[in-house]
Ligand binder design. Structure first.
Ligand SMILES: Cc1cc2nc3c(=O)[nH]c(=O)nc-3n(C[C@H](O)[C@H](O)[C@H](O)COP(=O)(O)OP(=O)(O)OC[C@H]3O[C@@H](n4cnc5c(N)ncnc54)[C@H](O)[C@@H]3O)c2cc1C
Length: 253
Protein backbone atom coordinates (compact mmCIF):
# COMPACT_ATOMS: atom_id res chain seq x y z
CA UNK A 1 0.00 0.00 0.00
CA UNK A 2 1.05 3.62 -0.60
CA UNK A 3 2.23 5.47 2.52
CA UNK A 4 -0.84 7.65 2.90
CA UNK A 5 -3.35 5.12 1.66
CA UNK A 6 -6.33 4.40 3.85
CA UNK A 7 -8.58 1.51 2.97
CA UNK A 8 -10.16 -1.84 3.71
CA UNK A 9 -8.12 -5.03 3.59
CA UNK A 10 -9.29 -8.55 2.83
CA UNK A 11 -8.46 -11.40 5.21
CA UNK A 12 -5.73 -12.54 2.82
CA UNK A 13 -4.12 -9.07 2.87
CA UNK A 14 -4.32 -9.05 6.68
CA UNK A 15 -2.55 -12.42 6.77
CA UNK A 16 0.32 -10.82 4.82
CA UNK A 17 0.49 -7.99 7.37
CA UNK A 18 0.65 -10.43 10.30
CA UNK A 19 2.75 -13.37 9.02
CA UNK A 20 3.78 -14.46 12.52
CA UNK A 21 0.35 -15.11 14.02
CA UNK A 22 -2.88 -16.86 13.01
CA UNK A 23 -6.08 -14.89 12.49
CA UNK A 24 -9.29 -16.17 14.05
CA UNK A 25 -11.90 -17.71 11.76
CA UNK A 26 -14.29 -14.78 12.35
CA UNK A 27 -11.82 -12.23 10.95
CA UNK A 28 -13.03 -11.34 7.47
CA UNK A 29 -10.93 -8.22 6.90
CA UNK A 30 -9.76 -4.99 8.46
CA UNK A 31 -9.23 -1.28 7.99
CA UNK A 32 -5.71 0.04 7.35
CA UNK A 33 -4.07 3.43 7.49
CA UNK A 34 -0.35 3.92 7.00
CA UNK A 35 -0.66 7.03 9.19
CA UNK A 36 -1.66 5.06 12.29
CA UNK A 37 0.99 4.29 14.87
CA UNK A 38 1.72 3.51 18.49
CA UNK A 39 3.76 5.59 20.92
CA UNK A 40 4.66 5.02 24.55
CA UNK A 41 2.76 7.88 26.23
CA UNK A 42 5.17 8.15 29.17
CA UNK A 43 8.15 8.54 26.85
CA UNK A 44 6.20 11.03 24.74
CA UNK A 45 5.42 13.09 27.86
CA UNK A 46 9.08 13.03 28.92
CA UNK A 47 10.16 14.10 25.42
CA UNK A 48 7.66 16.96 25.38
CA UNK A 49 8.80 18.13 28.82
CA UNK A 50 12.44 17.96 27.74
CA UNK A 51 11.60 19.97 24.61
CA UNK A 52 9.91 22.54 26.83
CA UNK A 53 12.98 22.78 29.09
CA UNK A 54 15.32 22.98 26.06
CA UNK A 55 13.23 25.91 24.81
CA UNK A 56 13.85 27.76 28.10
CA UNK A 57 10.83 26.59 30.13
CA UNK A 58 10.85 25.33 33.71
CA UNK A 59 8.78 22.31 34.79
CA UNK A 60 7.62 22.31 38.43
CA UNK A 61 6.75 18.67 39.11
CA UNK A 62 4.33 17.60 41.81
CA UNK A 63 3.14 21.13 42.60
CA UNK A 64 -0.61 21.24 42.79
CA UNK A 65 -2.45 24.48 41.91
CA UNK A 66 -5.25 24.97 44.44
CA UNK A 67 -6.82 27.98 42.74
CA UNK A 68 -6.23 30.78 40.26
CA UNK A 69 -7.30 34.38 40.72
CA UNK A 70 -6.89 37.51 38.65
CA UNK A 71 -5.19 40.49 40.22
CA UNK A 72 -4.19 43.66 38.38
CA UNK A 73 -4.38 41.98 34.97
CA UNK A 74 -2.13 39.14 36.17
CA UNK A 75 -2.98 35.58 37.16
CA UNK A 76 -2.08 34.43 40.66
CA UNK A 77 -1.68 30.66 40.96
CA UNK A 78 -2.00 29.45 44.54
CA UNK A 79 0.27 26.53 45.39
CA UNK A 80 1.02 24.99 48.77
CA UNK A 81 4.53 26.39 48.46
CA UNK A 82 3.45 29.94 47.61
CA UNK A 83 2.00 32.07 44.83
CA UNK A 84 3.13 32.12 41.20
CA UNK A 85 2.35 35.14 39.02
CA UNK A 86 1.75 34.80 35.28
CA UNK A 87 0.57 37.01 32.43
CA UNK A 88 -0.95 34.00 30.70
CA UNK A 89 -2.24 30.69 32.02
CA UNK A 90 -3.20 27.47 30.23
CA UNK A 91 -5.33 25.04 32.24
CA UNK A 92 -4.64 21.51 30.97
CA UNK A 93 -5.20 19.48 34.12
CA UNK A 94 -7.42 16.74 32.67
CA UNK A 95 -10.53 16.16 34.77
CA UNK A 96 -9.32 18.72 37.36
CA UNK A 97 -9.53 21.47 34.74
CA UNK A 98 -13.21 22.25 35.32
CA UNK A 99 -12.72 23.46 38.90
CA UNK A 100 -9.71 25.60 37.95
CA UNK A 101 -11.33 27.08 34.82
CA UNK A 102 -14.76 28.00 36.24
CA UNK A 103 -13.56 31.09 38.24
CA UNK A 104 -11.86 32.33 35.06
CA UNK A 105 -15.17 32.34 33.18
CA UNK A 106 -14.67 29.08 31.29
CA UNK A 107 -17.24 26.28 31.60
CA UNK A 108 -15.99 22.84 30.57
CA UNK A 109 -18.74 20.23 30.17
CA UNK A 110 -17.56 16.60 30.23
CA UNK A 111 -18.26 13.24 31.77
CA UNK A 112 -15.83 10.56 32.92
CA UNK A 113 -15.47 7.22 31.21
CA UNK A 114 -13.52 4.31 32.65
CA UNK A 115 -11.22 2.31 30.39
CA UNK A 116 -9.71 -1.00 31.49
CA UNK A 117 -6.63 -2.49 29.82
CA UNK A 118 -5.07 -5.96 29.96
CA UNK A 119 -1.32 -6.36 29.52
CA UNK A 120 0.32 -9.69 28.67
CA UNK A 121 3.73 -11.11 29.44
CA UNK A 122 6.53 -10.26 27.00
CA UNK A 123 6.51 -12.32 23.80
CA UNK A 124 8.52 -12.32 20.59
CA UNK A 125 7.52 -9.83 17.89
CA UNK A 126 4.20 -11.08 16.49
CA UNK A 127 2.16 -7.92 15.89
CA UNK A 128 4.09 -5.61 13.53
CA UNK A 129 1.10 -3.25 13.21
CA UNK A 130 -0.93 -1.71 16.05
CA UNK A 131 -4.69 -1.96 15.92
CA UNK A 132 -7.00 0.19 18.00
CA UNK A 133 -7.57 -2.53 20.61
CA UNK A 134 -4.61 -4.95 20.35
CA UNK A 135 -1.06 -3.62 20.16
CA UNK A 136 2.38 -4.99 20.85
CA UNK A 137 4.51 -2.41 22.68
CA UNK A 138 8.22 -1.66 22.23
CA UNK A 139 8.69 -3.54 25.51
CA UNK A 140 7.24 -6.68 23.82
CA UNK A 141 4.09 -6.88 25.96
CA UNK A 142 0.70 -6.92 24.25
CA UNK A 143 -1.85 -4.31 25.33
CA UNK A 144 -5.48 -5.35 25.00
CA UNK A 145 -8.35 -2.95 25.48
CA UNK A 146 -9.89 -0.84 26.54
CA UNK A 147 -13.40 -0.89 27.83
CA UNK A 148 -15.75 2.11 27.77
CA UNK A 149 -17.72 2.30 31.04
CA UNK A 150 -19.78 5.01 32.66
CA UNK A 151 -19.01 4.37 36.33
CA UNK A 152 -18.13 7.87 37.50
CA UNK A 153 -14.83 8.19 39.35
CA UNK A 154 -14.41 4.45 40.02
CA UNK A 155 -11.01 3.27 38.75
CA UNK A 156 -11.32 -0.31 39.90
CA UNK A 157 -10.74 -3.29 37.63
CA UNK A 158 -13.22 -6.11 37.13
CA UNK A 159 -12.94 -9.80 36.28
CA UNK A 160 -15.80 -9.35 33.80
CA UNK A 161 -13.84 -6.77 31.80
CA UNK A 162 -10.72 -8.96 31.85
CA UNK A 163 -12.74 -11.90 30.54
CA UNK A 164 -14.39 -9.97 27.72
CA UNK A 165 -11.15 -8.23 26.65
CA UNK A 166 -9.31 -11.57 26.61
CA UNK A 167 -12.13 -13.33 24.74
CA UNK A 168 -12.18 -10.70 21.99
CA UNK A 169 -8.39 -10.75 21.62
CA UNK A 170 -8.40 -14.54 21.32
CA UNK A 171 -11.20 -14.37 18.77
CA UNK A 172 -8.99 -12.14 16.59
CA UNK A 173 -5.64 -13.84 17.33
CA UNK A 174 -6.32 -17.36 18.75
CA UNK A 175 -2.60 -17.88 19.57
CA UNK A 176 -2.93 -15.28 22.34
CA UNK A 177 -4.77 -17.97 24.36
CA UNK A 178 -1.31 -19.36 25.20
CA UNK A 179 -0.02 -15.99 26.48
CA UNK A 180 -0.47 -14.98 30.14
CA UNK A 181 -2.00 -11.68 31.14
CA UNK A 182 0.21 -10.14 33.83
CA UNK A 183 -1.47 -6.78 34.53
CA UNK A 184 -4.86 -5.15 34.40
CA UNK A 185 -5.36 -1.43 34.99
CA UNK A 186 -7.94 1.25 34.44
CA UNK A 187 -8.02 4.99 33.94
CA UNK A 188 -10.62 7.70 33.39
CA UNK A 189 -11.17 9.40 30.05
CA UNK A 190 -12.52 12.95 29.83
CA UNK A 191 -15.45 12.82 27.39
CA UNK A 192 -17.03 16.06 26.11
CA UNK A 193 -20.64 15.96 24.82
CA UNK A 194 -19.48 15.56 21.18
CA UNK A 195 -16.26 13.70 22.09
CA UNK A 196 -14.11 16.35 20.36
CA UNK A 197 -11.61 18.37 22.42
CA UNK A 198 -12.41 21.71 24.04
CA UNK A 199 -9.95 24.55 23.38
CA UNK A 200 -11.26 27.53 25.31
CA UNK A 201 -10.08 31.14 25.52
CA UNK A 202 -11.61 33.20 28.30
CA UNK A 203 -13.40 36.29 27.02
CA UNK A 204 -13.73 37.66 30.56
CA UNK A 205 -10.07 37.21 31.47
CA UNK A 206 -7.82 37.58 28.39
CA UNK A 207 -4.74 35.43 28.72
CA UNK A 208 -6.59 32.46 30.30
CA UNK A 209 -6.97 29.28 28.25
CA UNK A 210 -8.22 25.75 28.93
CA UNK A 211 -7.67 22.57 26.93
CA UNK A 212 -9.30 19.23 27.69
CA UNK A 213 -9.66 16.14 25.55
CA UNK A 214 -9.60 12.41 25.34
CA UNK A 215 -7.03 10.96 22.88
CA UNK A 216 -4.48 13.46 24.14
CA UNK A 217 -1.69 11.19 22.95
CA UNK A 218 -2.99 11.17 19.38
CA UNK A 219 -3.60 14.93 19.53
CA UNK A 220 -0.22 15.72 21.13
CA UNK A 221 1.35 16.60 17.79
CA UNK A 222 -1.23 19.35 17.25
CA UNK A 223 -1.25 20.49 20.87
CA UNK A 224 2.54 20.84 20.98
CA UNK A 225 2.72 22.80 17.73
CA UNK A 226 -0.39 24.36 16.18
CA UNK A 227 -2.35 24.93 19.38
CA UNK A 228 0.65 26.05 21.46
CA UNK A 229 1.59 28.59 18.77
CA UNK A 230 -1.89 30.06 18.76
CA UNK A 231 -1.97 30.31 22.55
CA UNK A 232 1.43 32.05 22.43
CA UNK A 233 -0.06 34.59 20.03
CA UNK A 234 1.45 33.31 16.77
CA UNK A 235 -1.37 32.53 14.37
CA UNK A 236 -5.06 33.22 14.45
CA UNK A 237 -7.40 31.76 17.07
CA UNK A 238 -10.21 31.78 14.47
CA UNK A 239 -9.62 28.23 13.24
CA UNK A 240 -9.64 26.95 16.85
CA UNK A 241 -12.81 28.85 17.71
CA UNK A 242 -15.06 25.97 16.62
CA UNK A 243 -13.64 23.91 19.50
CA UNK A 244 -14.85 26.40 22.12
CA UNK A 245 -17.22 24.98 24.76
CA UNK A 246 -19.67 27.64 23.56
CA UNK A 247 -20.71 25.12 20.87
CA UNK A 248 -22.64 23.29 23.62
CA UNK A 249 -24.57 26.39 24.66
CA UNK A 250 -27.61 25.73 22.50
CA UNK A 251 -29.38 29.01 23.28
CA UNK A 252 -26.34 31.13 22.39
CA UNK A 253 -25.71 29.03 19.26
C1 LIG B 1 -7.78 3.08 29.17
C2 LIG B 1 -7.38 4.31 28.41
C3 LIG B 1 -6.88 4.19 27.12
C4 LIG B 1 -6.50 5.31 26.40
N1 LIG B 1 -6.00 5.14 25.14
C5 LIG B 1 -5.62 6.22 24.44
C6 LIG B 1 -5.08 6.06 23.13
O1 LIG B 1 -4.94 4.96 22.60
N2 LIG B 1 -4.72 7.19 22.46
C7 LIG B 1 -4.86 8.44 23.01
O2 LIG B 1 -4.51 9.41 22.35
N3 LIG B 1 -5.36 8.60 24.24
C8 LIG B 1 -5.75 7.54 24.96
N4 LIG B 1 -6.26 7.71 26.22
C9 LIG B 1 -6.53 9.07 26.70
C10 LIG B 1 -5.29 9.80 27.17
O3 LIG B 1 -4.68 9.10 28.23
C11 LIG B 1 -5.74 11.21 27.61
O4 LIG B 1 -6.40 11.86 26.54
C12 LIG B 1 -4.58 12.06 28.03
O5 LIG B 1 -3.92 11.50 29.14
C13 LIG B 1 -5.07 13.45 28.42
O6 LIG B 1 -3.96 14.22 28.73
P1 LIG B 1 -4.09 15.53 29.59
O7 LIG B 1 -2.70 16.04 29.77
O8 LIG B 1 -5.12 16.43 28.98
O9 LIG B 1 -4.71 15.07 30.99
P2 LIG B 1 -4.09 14.11 32.09
O10 LIG B 1 -3.30 13.01 31.46
O11 LIG B 1 -5.23 13.79 32.99
O12 LIG B 1 -3.04 15.03 32.86
C14 LIG B 1 -3.46 16.07 33.69
C15 LIG B 1 -2.27 16.49 34.56
O13 LIG B 1 -2.67 17.61 35.33
C16 LIG B 1 -2.23 17.39 36.68
N5 LIG B 1 -3.12 18.13 37.57
C17 LIG B 1 -4.40 17.84 37.91
N6 LIG B 1 -4.88 18.74 38.78
C18 LIG B 1 -3.87 19.63 38.99
C19 LIG B 1 -3.75 20.80 39.80
N7 LIG B 1 -4.76 21.25 40.54
N8 LIG B 1 -2.55 21.46 39.81
C20 LIG B 1 -1.51 21.03 39.04
N9 LIG B 1 -1.58 19.92 38.25
C21 LIG B 1 -2.75 19.24 38.22
C22 LIG B 1 -2.34 15.87 36.87
O14 LIG B 1 -1.53 15.48 37.96
C23 LIG B 1 -1.84 15.39 35.53
O15 LIG B 1 -0.43 15.32 35.53
C24 LIG B 1 -6.64 6.61 26.98
C25 LIG B 1 -7.14 6.74 28.27
C26 LIG B 1 -7.51 5.61 28.99
C27 LIG B 1 -8.05 5.78 30.38
Amino acid sequence: MERTEIGMLSRRELEHLYPGIRLGKDVTGGAFSALDGHVNPLRLLMALQQGFVDAGGTVHRGRRVDGIEVCGGQFRLHLKTGVVHAARVVIAAGEASRVLAEPLGMTLPFTLQRGQILVTERVGPVLPYPSDRIRQTAGSTIMIGGTKENVGRDTGTTAGAAASLAARAIRVFPDLARVSAVRQWSGRRVITPDIAPIYERSSRFPGAYACICHSGVTLAAYHARGLAKRIAGYGSWDDVQQFSARRFNVQAA
